[in-house]
Design a protein around this ligand. Structure first.
Ligand code: 5AD
Ligand code: SF4
Length: 431
């Protein structure tokens, strides 16, 4: 009988893809089966995130819980970003942990599970060319890594210390992977990297950049939709913005992480752009790509952020009217330069600013949704709701619901929007 593993994934899409790679390796090379029940697992793993303090705290409570309920002799492994930055301290603090596997080392999964006390967290380790076995948790959408690591040094961010230096995956490997998933019937690919639009910087061919990659992928026979996350505002050149607007395979939605609207805070964050640059890029995208969905990340309460600085952030929100905002209170992280900045902002002030951002978005969100009424969108269906209702995403990344059944899942259909829901659109299929 094959052994069973349980895997919990925290954090971003990069971690979701890393988990898929680990699942593939365990299934094909070690004959393991996945289970949703921790109690019956022979191997329990958590793929961790370290971007803010909260998920790290969750790691220890979670593994403590696993240790209490696990089967006798079941192994526990800690993988991912917190595994990298805490390393062997995890085993010191939780001696029942059998192995620690960093985000940059996941190709070693089939080895470490058999070595009690293994700690593999080398951030210079390069498994970008490793041929992982294939496994995808979503039958309609495929994540494809285009680069590993990050060469930026944003002063708040721990990622360069958990995922190491940036390496671009060679173009032919990406194209082969995309062609393979398209042949399997997958409709949408999502390209993953910490800074997707610095793609190519570590390759020895000047013509290869992110725009060139997008153009090359669009030529694959049968490809329908391309998304990517995340581009960096600094590298959004005109060539890219034009390609984004005119290429029919690229979805009409883009995540542009603002972080702050204040040029002075952006400087302290070492983001490399100003408020004006960000506005110029976002406005140009709105101009060339009508009806585009723009999402963003905002950090409030960065050290030294004054009321005036915060008003600049609110001003950018007013001007760009992001379709969605992911807001975070600044969280002090080890190894980062901002960790030692004076004038850390109190939790009270950060919380107040966070609420203001949320309320600002709420104040215009309804108008955004309402403006979509009577428009017709191509929707890729990927979920079922209550009886007879299905949901999917439009190219500009709105959740759209309509009447339909399971047979529609994985298909793209035209939906005319009739009404708005709290955070989604509802309509009728018209083709
Ligand atoms: N504190 C709060 N938010 C952070 N992010 C990254 N580092 C921190 C931090 N130290 C946010 C950024 C990034 C998103 C993935 O997480 O907004 O874009
Ligand atoms: Fe993803 Fe960053 Fe969290 Fe790592 S630390 S899982 S890269 S969000």
């Amino acid at each position: 009988m094959s052994k069973k593993f349980f895997l919990e994934t925290l954090g971003c899409q990069m971690n979701v893809r890393d988990s898929e790679h680990m699942i593939a390796e365990l299934r094909t090379k070690k004959n393991y089966e996945q289970t949703d029940d921790v109690k019956e697992a022979d191997l329990i793993m958590i793929n961790t995130c370290s971007i803010r303090e909260k998920p790290v705290a969750k790691l220890f409570s979670e593994i403590g819980h696993f240790n209490k309920i696990k089967k006798k002799n079941a192994k526990i492994g800690v993988c991912g970003c917190s595994a990298t930055h805490l390393g062997k301290d995890i085993i010191k603090r939780a001696p029942f942990v059998d192995f620690v596997l960093g985000a940059r080392n996941i190709s070693k999964i089939t080895k470490v599970i058999d070595i009690k006390g293994a700690v593999e967290v080398d951030i210079d380790y390069d498994d970008s060319l490793y041929a992982f076995d294939d496994y995808r948790s979503n039958p309609y959408k495929a994540y494809i890594n285009i680069s590993m690591g990050c060469n930026k040094s944003c002063s708040y961010c721990i990622v360069p210390f958990t995922r190491g230096k940036e390496i671009s995956i060679p173009l032919d490997i990406i194209v082969n992977e995309a062609s393979r998933v398209v042949k399997l019937g997958i409709k949408e690919i999502c390209l993953l990297g910490q800074n997707v639009n610095s793609y190519g910087s570590s390759l020895n061919d000047k013509k290869i950049n992110f725009t060139y990659l997008l153009q090359t992928l669009s030529e694959i026979d049968g490809i329908e939709r391309i998304r990517f996350t995340s581009p960096h505002p600094l590298h959004m050149d005109d060539e890219f913005i034009k390609e984004f607007a005119k290429n029919p395979y690229i979805c009409n939605s883009i995540h542009i992480p603002l972080q702050s609207g204040s040029s002075s805070v952006l400087k302290n964050m070492r983001r490399g752009y100003t408020k004006e640059w960000f506005l110029n890029r976002a406005e140009k995208i709105r101009e060339l790509s009508p009806d585009v969905g723009i999402t963003t990340d905002i950090i409030v309460g960065f050290p030294n952020e004054s009321d005036e600085d915060f008003l600049d952030t609110m001003d950018v929100i007013d001007k760009i009217r992001f379709e969605q905002i992911f807001n975070f209170k600044y969280s002090k992280r080890p190894h980062t330069t901002a960790e030692n900045f004076d004038n850390q902002i109190s939790d009270e002030v950060s919380s107040k600013r966070l609420t203001e951002v949320i309320n600002k978005h709420k104040s215009y969100n309804f108008d955004i949704l309402k403006s979509k009424i009577d428009k017709t969108y191509d929707v890729l269906f990927d979920g079922t709701r209550e009886d007879g209702i299905i949901s999917g995403k439009s190219s500009n990344n709105f959740t759209v619901i309509t009447k339909g059944d399971k047979s529609m899942l994985g298909k793209i259909a035209k939906v005319k929007i009739i009404e708005t829901k709290k955070n989604s659109l509802s309509g009728i299929i018209v083709n």
